[in-house]
Design a protein around this ligand. Structure first.
Ligand code: IFM
Length: 459
């Protein structure tokens, strides 16, 4: 069978049987799609500041306009409904609600998300809100940002304000999206806002993020109805030694500690992994941000775990401190981001998660960027993305059969959008966006997903 035939066969394979209560969704994040960064009293965020820093983002792109979703949200919700989408995961921009992170609540910001959530309900789509998808109010960054423990308390205040206002329309709540990215890409590698390169700061930040997750979970529960569900979204990676020898296996254990266990262990086992604590204390310095009682706060019971899965990581030993691990060559095809495509990795990482918890799981993100063809006669052919989705949906069905209690699957992303330091170069959308005209064109992958949902519901 040719590669094209194999892709088509996969796309036409029977869908998995959705378990009771399961919903198919799409996901986005505020700074990546909203634009209107100065509208209705919104404050500055660290991403506004970072995106306007010369050299930080490909082509000097910014999220100033992005997909103009702040003004076009009604049409975007209609589009979702036309694609049979059952749940929408969006994020709330903290600086729209509390422009300086603190103090006065901006009513107009709250109203936007209220209207959005109500608009979803009117269209029969379930709203799921993420509180933090990386857009910290710049005023809080000026006071130290996430390296300042006080920011965790401010986050809980923000959670309480938003929960009290939207709790009657939004049932699913995610405190943080990918705290690993915020902590390490934002503060150790500096490729994301706020662009800091200091491991000691990154480790403080990672702890404060987790601590703030615990505080925000409690804050949300104090204002939400009992039926509301609260969790967090971790980006998890199956880590594979590039060569099956002791040195590579040791590198894989470290990388796993860095990306997976550093977050899973405190949330589900109430302790940081000892090998990583020793490593960081030896190579970076004392982990003095961790105070008595914090781990109990972090271990606050949650209702679900969000898992973002894109790719496996292949690793090799390296001389570079503090981790002594390097990325190894991918095996097989990769996406536009250079990420290896391995649907079976989704099944494997869910197996790993079952070692930690049997809680319900939401696949809070899964998707791919490719260089799509042009819009021709109102259509965009994106066979690679369609195959990516088909393969991962198949793996999801297998994970359910393995015993994972999967409740949601969110494609990243509904729209082509601002892909952080890659600007608009990397297109993750199942819907094409022409950034000159803001025209939306569902790609073949969107039509595949629409039909997949239809078939899954009919079977
Ligand atoms: O676009 C991002 C998203 O904001 C967080 N998870 C990964 C996506 C693709 O890089």
């Amino acid at each position: 069978m040719s590669a094209t035939d194999a892709r088509d066969a996969l796309a036409l394979a029977p869908p998995f049987t959705p378990p009771p209560g399961f919903r198919f969704g799409v996901a986005t994040a505020a700074y990546q799609i909203e634009g209107s960064t100065l509208a209705d009293g919104r404050g500055e965020s660290i991403w506004d500041r970072f995106a306007h820093t010369p050299g930080a983002i490909a082509n000097g792109d910014t999220g100033d306009v992005a997909c103009d979703h702040y003004r076009r949200w009604r049409a975007d919700l209609d589009l979702m409904a036309s694609l049979n989408v059952e749940s929408y995961r969006f994020s709330i921009a903290w600086p729209r609600i509390l422009p300086t992170g603190n103090g006065t609540v901006n009513r107009r910001g709250l109203d936007f998300y209220k209207r959005l959530a109500e608009g979803l309900r009117e269209r029969g789509i379930e709203p799921t809100a993420t509180l933090y998808h990386w857009d910290l109010p710049q005023a809080l960054q000026n006071a130290g940002g996430w390296s300042n423990r006080d920011t965790a308390l401010r986050f809980a205040d923000y959670a309480r304000v938003v929960g009290a206002e939207l709790g009657d329309v939004v049932g699913g709540w995610i405190t943080h999206n990918e705290p690993w990215v915020t902590a390490f890409l934002g503060h150790a590698y500096g490729t994301k806002a706020p662009g800091i390169r200091d491991w000691s700061t990154a480790l403080r930040v990672s702890h404060h993020l987790l601590y703030s997750h615990g505080l925000a979970t409690a804050a949300l529960r104090s204002v939400l109805p009992d039926t509301a569900e609260v969790g967090l979204a971790l980006n998890l990676f199956p880590v594979v030694p590039a060569v099956d020898d002791d040195a590579h296996r040791a590198a894989a254990t470290i990388r796993d500690g860095y990306v997976n266990r550093w977050f899973l262990d405190p949330v589900f086992r109430g302790a940081y992994p000892e090998d990583m604590v020793e490593r960081y204390e030896r190579e970076v310095g004392p982990l003095d941000a961790i105070q008595d009682g914090d781990l109990q706060t972090i271990q606050a019971p949650i209702d679900f775990l969000g898992v973002n899965y894109y790719n496996p990581m292949r690793v090799a030993p390296s001389a570079v401190s503090p981790l002594h691990v390097a990325d190894a060559e991918s095996v097989g095809p990769t996406t536009g981001m250079g990420w290896e495509i391995e649907p079976a990795g989704l099944r494997r990482i869910l197996g790993r998660v079952r070692e930690y918890t049997r809680l319900p799981i939401m696949i809070t993100e899964n998707g791919s960027a490719f260089e799509d063809g042009p819009v021709v006669a109102g259509a965009v052919d994106d066979p690679d993305r369609r195959a990516y989705l088909a393969g991962h949906l198949e793996a999801l069905g297998q994970a359910i059969a393995d015993g994972s209690d999967i409740r949601r699957y969110y494609v990243w992303s509904l729209l082509d959008n601002f892909e952080w330091e890659e600007g608009y170069d990397q297109r993750f959308g199942i819907v094409h966006v022409d950034f000159d005209t803001q025209a939306r064109t569902p790609k073949a992958s969107a039509l595949f997903y629409r039909d997949y949902i239809d078939r899954a519901r009919k079977d």
